[in-house]
Design a protein around this ligand. Structure first.
Ligand code: ATP
Length: 434
């Protein structure tokens, strides 16, 4: 078996061809760096989000969930420091007026005006928050920002959550939702976009007595993140931790570890884990009173995960091209929990009504529990290929023996092994698989 190099173009083309991800506004010439999730993409994305929600919110006693608004009072962003510090330095070419991130300016070729090198201005700070106006009047007092992270929605609801859930420290709040950043250099497919989704946890801990105390919580979350990454089918050797140097830390952070993934365009941040100290709750003037009546500001450990970067890393890790005789088999070896289609059901021949009827009956029965697809198009070999390419773990074929013996062929995506299973045992069989 051979494994060919995965290029981002191969993944983009598979995503488009099979309905995972489409370029945004395509019929109107597109809108740069926007992407729409197609029928399979939305399933994959939802599976990732559901897995995260179950693992970190529902299965734990020390976590609760939240769904806060995209739009918040601008005072939130003043207090959080985003209005003053959520910026990237930008330079502008004095001739063609194109703008570049200062650290990437040199890489951006020649000026479109005269084909000579750009002539850059001094760097200026550019705020990454997207703005709009609420209400019919476009005035300064009506400016609101699309949230650039989900985190602040959690902080501003801290008191509401403590009062309503009676959670005691340490406990965490998790949220999944859209965030917007007016990125200067979006690109690399869905890696960096201006609209994206985050899965964030703010884990509140008592005021630490010493370094060891917060480090204990930090280490626990570091372990949790590796376990999560493993559950996505991403191999440990594709992930690299990078401790952000002290002078590059965000204004709120005392320690940050980036979890980097080997993308085809380089080793880049997949997730972040930060110790945010008591910065946020202090900024919002929020505190906590423990059982003994002591009032203090909790500190925060934040595991922050991007949904789209997860989708991309999952697709890249799962993508394989294998030699199969003279042919190459493209297969997405997705974990069962993430596969958009769990079981594909085939009647051996589409022009034999008895086979089709038996296949349809099994399909409708299984579909009540698992995402299933019915396919009677082309020969069975081609149907296997189509399912391999979208990561369907099991294909089930109904043939003439089914009608005689009441059993079907179940074919495994990864091993390509086939076994005969009684129809009456299919529910148990798949219960054990999923
Ligand atoms: P980067 O250094 O790549 O800009 P960041 O350090 O600014 O990322 P955070 O603010 O820590 O990112 O955001 C948490 C997570 O949100 C990131 O680890 C990433 O998964 C995701 N994320 C951030 N910005 C984007 C974006 N523009 N597009 C897609 N995902 C993003």
């Amino acid at each position: 078996m051979t494994k060919t190099t995965k290029s981002i173009e191969t993944i983009i083309s598979l995503c488009k061809r099979r309905g995972f991800i489409f370029p945004g506004s395509e019929i109107y010439g597109g809108l740069a760096n926007t992407w729409d999730y197609g029928p399979l993409g939305v399933e994959l994305k939802n599976n990732i989000k559901q897995l995260w929600w179950k693992r970190f919110i529902q299965d734990r006693d020390d976590m609760v969930g939240l769904d806060s608004g995209l739009l918040m009072n601008s005072k939130v962003w003043e207090a959080s420091g985003h209005i003053s510090t959520f910026t990237d330095p930008l330079v502008e070419c004095k001739k063609c007026h194109e703008r570049f991130r200062e650290d990437q300016a040199e890489k951006n070729g020649s000026c479109s005006k005269d084909k000579k090198p750009h002539d850059f201005t001094e760097a200026k700070q550019f705020n990454l928050m997207l703005k709009t106006f609420l209400g019919p009047v476009e005035s300064d007092e009506n400016i609101v920002y699309f949230r650039p992270e989900t985190a602040q929605g959690i902080f501003v609801n801290f008191k509401n959550i403590v009062d309503t859930t009676r959670k005691k420290l340490p406990f965490g709040v998790g949220q999944i939702g859209k965030a917007f950043r007016n990125e200067i250099t979006p690109g690399n497919f869905i890696f960096r976009t201006r609209e994206f989704e985050q899965m964030e946890i703010e884990y509140f801990i008592p005021e630490p007595k010493d370094e060891a105390e917060w480090e204990g919580y930090f280490e626990a979350w570091r372990g949790e993140m590796h376990e999560w990454i493993k559950s996505l089918g991403i191999k440990a050797n594709e992930i690299h931790e990078l401790e952000v140097p002290k002078d590059e830390l965000a204004h709120y952070s005392k320690k940050t570890i980036d979890f980097e993934y080997d993308f085809p365009f380089g080793r880049k941040e997949l997730y972040g884990l930060a110790y945010r100290t008591d910065f946020d709750l202090k900024s919002h003037k929020l505190d906590y009173t423990d059982q003994d009546g002591n009032k203090f500001t909790p500190h925060v450990i934040e595991p922050s995960l991007g949904v789209e970067r997860t989708v991309l890393a999952v697709l890249l890790s799962a993508f394989n091209e294998e030699k199969d005789g003279d042919d190459v088999r493209t297969v997405l070896k997705l974990p069962n929990s993430l596969a958009p289609v769990k079981i594909a059901v085939f009647p051996l021949m589409k022009n034999k009504p008895t086979l089709v009827a038996a296949a349809e009956e099994i399909y409708h029965e299984l579909k009540k529990r698992w995402a299933c697809e019915f396919d009677d198009n082309g020969n069975v070999g081609k149907r296997y290929r189509r399912q391999d390419e979208i990561g369907t773990p099991y294909c089930l074929t109904i043939d003439f023996d089914t009608l005689e013996n009441g059993d079907v062929t179940v074919r495994d995506r990864d091993t390509m092994q086939q076994e005969r299973i009684k129809i009456t045992e299919l529910q148990d069989y798949f219960n054990n698989k999923f």
